[in-house]
Design a protein around this ligand. Structure first.
Ligand code: CDP
Length: 216
């Protein structure tokens, strides 16, 4: 069973997808972490597009997804924290708009998900439209921009980041703009996805909307 949850930044996809995975005894995959891993690869290649093909061919990135522990490594180096840094936040949408990167990430996501004995809950932007058009369940999780910026700010300050609500809002707006207007695989609700606006829902309510639907 494949459950996909797409939506813009800060809509609550990660926490929701993890909880849905727990309650449905499924595995969990964060496709954004894969794009972030590739953004790291570009960062250490000075964002030089002429080195793109070579960098993608021998990338040595590894993604290990567990509900309570997502681990991303490059060679021997653990980059799990680095991929959440402000620099990666600022460049990830640009890297994710490159067709060669999307091809490779799509391949990785299908490989990871095809390999599992249990169901899998994946979160992202284009999973219901492009990567898993035949997913068993598709959800599109959204919320008002102000609520998304506020949630993301609270989450980052809880994790000890030194940032401001304004900075977070700018990054969320910029990524949404690039993600939804890019030429390939833009952020978009699949026609057959169930849309959930979480602006006025509690966490429990938003998880229940999905699990009730999956169990019914
Ligand atoms: O957690 P948040 O929603 O803020 O971001 P993320 O899921 O870590 O995704 C980071 C970025 O990766 C997004 O802003 C997109 O540019 C890109 N992405 C994508 O293009 N397609 C996906 N399926 C997942 C992420």
């Amino acid at each position: 069973m494949i459950i996909v949850i797409d939506g813009p930044a800060g809509a609550g996809k990660s926490t929701t997808a993890k909880e849905v995975a727990r309650r449905t005894e499924s595995d969990y995959v964060d496709s954004g972490a894969v794009y972030r891993g590739f953004t790291y690869l570009f960062m250490i290649n000075d964002f030089d597009k002429s080195r793109l093909t070579e960098a993608l061919k021998n990338h040595d990135l590894h993604f290990d997804f567990h509900i309570d522990n997502v681990r991303v490594t490059h060679g021997d180096k653990d980059i799990t924290q680095t991929i959440r840094s402000a620099e990666i936040n600022n460049r990830v949408s640009e890297v994710a708009a490159m067709p060669e990167v999307r091809d490779e990430v799509r391949r990785i996501l299908r490989e990871i998900s095809g390999d599992r004995k249990r169901g899998v809950v994946l979160e992202g932007r284009d999973l219901g439209t492009v990567v898993f058009p035949d997913a068993d369940y598709k959800f599109f999780l959204t919320a008002a921009p102000e609520a998304r910026a506020r949630r993301r700010f609270d989450e980052q300050t809880r994790a000890g980041a030194d940032t401001s609500l304004e900075q977070v809002r700018e990054n969320v707006e910029k990524r949404d703009r690039i993600d939804s207007t890019r030429d390939i695989d833009p952020l978009k609700k699949a026609d057959d996805a169930v849309e959930i606006d979480s602006t006025y829902l509690t966490f429990e309510e938003q998880v229940a909307r999905i699990t009730d639907f999956v169990r019914s």
